[in-house]
Design a protein around this ligand. Sequence first.
Ligand SMILES: *[C@@H]1O[C@H](CO)[C@@H](O)[C@H](O)[C@H]1NC(C)=O
Ligand SMILES: *[C@@H]1O[C@H](CO)[C@@H](O)[C@H](O)[C@H]1NC(C)=O
Ligand SMILES: *[C@@H]1O[C@H](CO)[C@@H](O)[C@H](O)[C@H]1NC(C)=O
Ligand SMILES: *[C@@H]1O[C@H](CO)[C@@H](O)[C@H](O)[C@H]1NC(C)=O
Length: 654
Amino acid sequence: MTAASVAIVAAFVSLAQAMQPLAVPPLPAPMRSLQWGQINFLHTTDTHGWHAGHLQESQYSADWGDYISFADHMRRRADEAGVDLLLIDTGDRVEGNGLYDASTPKGQYTYDIFSQQNIDIICSGNHELYQADTADREHHLTVPNFASHYLASNLDYIDPTTGKQVPMSEKRYRTFQTKHQKLNIVAFGFLFNFTGNAANSVVQPVQQTVQEPWFRHAISKEPADLFVVIGHVGARMGELHAIYRAIRAVNPETPIAIFAGHAHVRDAVHFDDKAVAIASGRYFETIGWMSVSGVERTEIGSAQAPSPIKFARRYIDNNLLGLYYHSSTNATTFPTDHGMNVTAAIATARSDLNLEASYGCAPQNYWLQRRPYTNPSSVFSLLRNHILPEAIVRADRAGVPRIIIINTGAMRFDIFRGAFTRDTTFIVSPFISLVRYIPDVPYALARKVLTILNSQGPILSAMAKEKSSASTDFGTEAMDWREMCVPEQYSMRKEDSRVSKHFDSDDASLQKPLFVRQVAVEDGTDSDDTTRPPLVAGYTTWDDFGQDGDDAIHEPLPRYGLPNCIQAEVNFPAADAADASVTGEPETVDLVFFDFIQRFVLAALAYLEQNGSATAPDGEPYKHYTDADVESYLEGKFTDHFTEWVKHNWKSKC
Ligand SMILES: *[C@@H]1O[C@H](CO)[C@@H](O)[C@H](O)[C@H]1NC(C)=O
Ligand SMILES: *[C@@H]1O[C@H](CO)[C@@H](O)[C@H](O)[C@H]1NC(C)=O
Ligand SMILES: *[C@@H]1O[C@H](CO)[C@@H](O)[C@H](O)[C@H]1NC(C)=O
Ligand SMILES: *[C@@H]1O[C@H](CO)[C@@H](O)[C@H](O)[C@H]1NC(C)=O
């Protein structure tokens, strides 16, 4: 966009309009329409504060106000047709975008903005629970905002004043009858077996929850024409199967509609002919659509005659052209007063938070997963070669050799060429990552830590075995090592086993893209048709129902796997080819890492000591490292050091 057109758009900010004023307008794409059924669902998940939409990406540039307008049109259409429409959100609404993260306290604007949408069934994600203050706000703001629609099937909150453990929301499940079809719904809201939560919340493992008397009652005694299971759980994670099996065991014929999240992917999973799960992506790029037909009203206890149940799914790109298309509206008829008010509130919040303030100009695109993590255009190459060595420096130990290990999941989005703004800092590195270290760790030990963190599959089972036989405590019992990587790896598919395993950082498979499929030639569309617009790059989803899930037909984008962690080696002595005694290996190093992975780093060190494969030159076993050996390496959070680096190194104006 040219400076002149920005100015023209900016001049109209005060006028009511859809979409954020600085967002790039959407491009037309060949479209697939929605398949309306007897009961229909719109699903958001893992929005992570992106309620302003993607200002730099045309295909996802609509905002939360536009979603409010869209839902109103869709409800009206459902009313006209005498069918039902329900809205679902499956959590991780927080962390990942300046709109949430840039205020003090966080979320000063987003709780109100989000609550403007009328959501029928909503639950918590893991990100609502990492920090105690976030969990407090969830309990005191989001739960009341959505009242009886907020379901906490396996989540409790600990009241700081009384110390009492209470359900996060008073509803473990919800029963209701739909407006038009009068279907009896029994709905649940789950979170996966999350273990990284702050001390003021309690997550009950899913397998225990499904044994609870209230759950047994809900699945066997409540009249149910359709079970609706929503969860911040990957569609292919074991927890969801456990819930499905528990319901199916007592209800062999009742349809089950499942809404999944956490894995940040578009996906749909066929559990059986009457049970289907949809996962609706991430960052408000996608609005998921599911419809169910053939649901029969049944009386409790009556024999349930099998009926043909039909599920359909669609992944809607969140942009205005698509939203007009699906709601049969246009630029004039689309925006509602309520939607425009929310769009305006978002624009005001962004401006109050100064999110457009530019810190520098990124000279090129750096991709999170569109390139192998070793490629020069990967965010992780930039980190390893520049940001970690140059920005993570402690003045009094600047010359000490160090290994800096960070988990790849600490980074959340691509860096686009152009202005690197205050918003970008939170988009790329949203978490409060503190930089810690253990000084003077023998290099022979420290050099092996990365391998353990990345290829823990066999090593972890060895640890578990040793633990049960020798009762050595590695502290691994309540650790899910996958938490270190990006959430996308929870999207385990049988078709591509590479995603379900953990990667060595030198694993050659990381150099090959994950499931890129060419889009099948569309029936009815002529590929020689010169009036057809060029395809925009985007999702080309391949799920259990085929390759026709995306609403817009896209040019495929590549995606590559990531190891759990990467490391930078800094200040290592130079090896001398002429003198074998000058190895280029330091005696000891400062082992630097983010607080988020401290327990994993200590577990890896404990394993190395225990395994006996690393012993000190004098044959003595190495020291047993504990939390007491860990010190702060730098004041402040990583994002701030990253920002300082950008200010100094990407000074040029865009
Ligand atoms: C969830 O946690 C329970 C209890 O720790 C465990 O038995 C179960 O295997 C876990 N489920 C999954 C899928 O990880
Ligand atoms: C939008 O649709 C309305 C009603 O069909 C029509 O009157 C109007 O001209 C259309 N506006 C645009 C911008 O196409
Ligand atoms: C939109 O905002 C105006 C001005 O603040 C207010 O009067 C109106 O009630 C709002 N409308 C809706 C539908 O929220
Ligand atoms: C653990 O010890 C075994 C045998 O001593 C060795 O083969 C293996 O490489 C060691 N594992 C690690 C990660 O060092």
